[in-house]
Structure formats: C-alpha cells, structure tokens
Design a protein around this ligand. Structure first.
Ligand code: AMP
Length: 423
C-alpha cells in the first residue's frame, strides 16, 4: 500500500521510518518532509496546511492511507476533507480535534464528565478575569483558549504577572483570536507524564508513557519550546497509575466525545500531572507529541499500519501492542536563538557517524538539502534517540551520538531524563 504522512518535523520522520518497516507498505510519501524523510520515504512539496492540494494529490496518486502529524491540518479539517472524498485518513475530525484546539472545550468536557483536571473558570472580560484572579492562590495558571504553539500558558507567581497575562491575552490580543477567551486554572503539583493512546471512537489503546522537557535550558530554566527532549517509559507512572489513567481519564474522555457527537479517532495525547490526589489532565492534544513520538515509537514492536487500520475499523479492542524492553531517550538539537529568532542554512556534519552507533536513531526535524548537503532549516533541527538496557545507558548513548553531530550554534540540553535518573 501507499501511505502519505502529513508534516515535516521529527515526529513525521519517526512515523515515516516506522511505517516504511511494515511489510505491507510499498511506498511512503511525506508532505512536505525534510532531509531525513528523504532517506526512508519520498518527499512531496505540498504544505501540511494545504488541505485542498493534499486531497487532490492523494486522490490522483491513489493513496491508501494518510497519517497526519501536526495539529494545524487536523483542526483545519483535513480528515473531514479526505473522508468526504473516500480517502482513508488517520486522525480526528475537525470537531473532535477541538479537544486540542480549544482549552475551553476540553475543560468543559472534563467538567461535565467528571474527568480529573485542575479547577478552572473561563473569561472574556478582563475586569472579571482580574477580580477572579485576585481571589486565587498563587501561583495561578492562565491559558489562552486556542492554539498558540505551546506559548499560550502563563504560570503567574505573583499578582503582577497574573494581571499582565490577563491584559496580554484579553486586551492586547497577543495570541490573536486564540486569546478571545481565557482559562484561569488552579496550579497542580506533581510529576508530569504524557500518555498517548490510539483511539477508534469507542476503544482506547494506550502507548508506553513518556516525558517531555519543554524549557530551553538545563534544570527546566528559560522559555518554553516545542520540546527539547523526551524519554520513555516514565518510572513515576507505575502500572497501577497507568491503569488508573486508562480508567479515569482515557476511556471516559473517548466515551464523552462520542456522547457529545464527536467520536474521537486518532491519537489522543493526555498531558498529565501525577498529583497527590491522583493523575489529573493538564491538556489534551489530538496527535502524537513531538518529541515524545521520537522516544515512544522506536520502542514499539507492533506493525503501526495494522494498528492504524484497526483504529479506522473501530477494532482497537482486538489489538495488543508489544514493546521493546529497552528505555529510549531523545535529545533535541536546536539552532542558536531558538525559541526566539534563529538563522538557518548552516551545514550539518557527523550525521552518518552518529547513526552508525549502536542503538541510535537520528530523526530530522528542521533540515533541508542545499547543494547536495544537509543544512539547518528550522528551530529544532534534529532529534537523536538512543535505546539502552535502562534509561542511564540510553542517556549515555544519546549524548555520545550527539557529540558526533556539529553545526554552527548547535544548542541542546545536557540533562534530558534527569527527573527519572535522580529518583
Ligand atoms: P499546556 O499547554 O496546557 O500543557 O501547558 C504547558 C505546561 O504548563 C504544562 O506542560 C505544564 O508544565 C504547565 N501547566 C499547565 N497547566 C498547569 C497547571 N494547572 N498546573 C501546573 N502546571 C501547569
């Protein structure tokens, strides 16, 4: 079969790499892809958000299955458009993707169906928001309703910061229409963990746990990024807690979406806080995380195509996933300046040397080919994943591989996995 992957980051390279291993897949195509996806698939020069262009092309090329990486095409209705043309696409519809696209939608859903999450209130008027915030304990969490590329969340340590966040979001409109509504939320304490789950509208099939590292600098300092590294599994999520997450969060959420008339098919990403009162939802996303996918997918033994087909047929209850016992750890290499402005076009060396090392996978994110050479083309440039007998070994291997890779201004965190390793 012919499989199309929509997107061009490290997550999509990982998906292309995994899908290309399926004995049932003849061709993998990635739109638009990057310099890494070219090694395992064919790149198609169509933007991930050009839904009409992608649907026309997929119809013409008789693509058997489309897998969507990023959130923007999902919330813009890619799956709806493909399905209307009789094309198979794995991911939620536009309405179901609202679980990520609108924090107000997801918080209201959780409240209505008693899914554990932080207490909250929703505001459109700055004065009312400020009155409410003044009565809250500190720190307090303020979130823009819509998609803000991971930057729409402020954890205010004092009232000045909280007031400024209200003004930025509701008055100055720094997030545009995404900030028309503001969610003010209780601050939760505990360890964060991500649980991804395949969903078919009715059943859930959780993947191995992972943990992201959102801040740019070691020790979780500095501004938030798209994610600077990840590891899997997360020891803090014991099997008892994982069962609790499935029972109190994942299953009820998929049932709630069906009851609301928006059955959720695709990958449900639950960002959780393991609090003293049990696991609670910080956020839902409607797709694989990046870089969580780069740490979780290399551990998956099961053929991904079979699982996705079962999801599309509503038969996930018939599938069991099998996992490699090794731990995986992923280090993201970023351009100097990221997550602020950065330069691109610098040559990258050492990619082949790194990939030759035992248990190492080098996934490309912001890379391109120029003059026959691989060059930087984005903020997050590469994700280097290592498998190891335990997390310590995986970490050591990952950093050995990272040392092989050079490009000007390369920045990476040196402490990926620290929470689990310091337990
Ligand atoms: P979100 O985009 O909603 O996942 O928020 C981004 C990050 O902000 C999360 O990964 C958490 O580290 C933090 N965060 C969000 N909501 C809360 C909360 N209610 N309590 C504590 N931290 C939070």
């Amino acid at each position: 079969m012919k499989v199309l992957i929509v997107g061009g980051g490290g997550r999509e390279h990982t998906l292309a790499w995994k899908l290309a291993q399926s004995p049932r897949v003849k061709r993998v195509l990635v739109a638009p892809g990057n310099a890494g996806t070219r090694q395992v698939a064919e790149n198609v020069p169509i933007a991930a958000t050009d839904i009409e262009g992608l649907a026309n092309w997929a119809e013409e090329q008789r693509i058997d299955l489309t897998v969507v990486g990023p959130e923007a095409p999902l919330t813009a209705g890619l799956v709806d458009a493909f399905t209307a043309r009789g094309l198979k696409a794995f991911g939620p519809t536009r309405e179901a993707a609202a679980i990520e696209g609108s924090k107000v939608f997801s918080k209201n859903l959780m409240q209505k169906y008693n899914i554990p999450t932080a207490a909250y209130a929703v505001f459109t008027e700055p004065d009312k928001a400020k009155d409410y915030v003044r009565q809250q304990e500190l720190p307090v969490v303020l979130k823009a309703d819509g998609l803000a590329a991971g930057k729409g969340v402020v954890i205010a340590q004092n009232q000045d910061e909280a007031m400024k966040a209200v003004e930025d979001i509701l008055e100055a409109g720094v997030f545009g229409a995404a900030g028309n509504r503001l969610v003010v939320e209780e601050f939760l304490q505990g360890e964060e963990v991500t649980v991804l789950a395949f969903c078919d509208g009715e059943h859930v099939l959780p993947l191995a746990s992972s943990q992201d590292h959102k801040r740019i600098f070691d020790g979780d300092e500095g501004p938030n990024t798209g994610g600077m590294g990840a590891y899997s599994p997360v020891p803090a999520l014991t099997s008892a807690l994982a069962a609790e997450v499935e029972k109190t969060i994942l299953k009820p959420t998929v049932q709630a979406m069906a009851a609301e008339g928006h059955p959720f098919s695709g990958i449900l990403y639950a960002g959780l806080m393991l609090t003293a009162d049990g696991p609670k939802v910080l956020e839902f996303n409607a797709r694989f995380g990046d870089p969580e996918a780069q740490a979780v997918i290399p551990r998956l033994c099961t053929d991904l195509v079979g699982v996705i087909e079962a999801a599309l047929q509503g038969k996930l209850d018939k599938v069991q996933l099998s996992w490699r016992p090794e731990a995986a750890l992923t280090v993201v290499l970023a351009s100097a300046g990221y997550p602020g402005p950065y330069e691109t076009g610098g040559p990258i060396s050492g990619l082949e040397e790194a990939a030759k090392l035992q248990g190492i996978y080098v996934y490309h994110a912001g890379t391109a080919v120029a003059g026959g050479k691989v060059v930087t083309a984005g903020g997050r440039v590469l994700a280097v994943t290592a498998l190891g007998a335990d997390l310590g070994v995986a970490q050591q291997r990952a950093y050995q591989a990272v040392e092989q890779i050079k490009f000007e201004g390369c920045h990476f965190r040196r402490d990926i996995g620290w929470r689990a390793l310091s337990r």
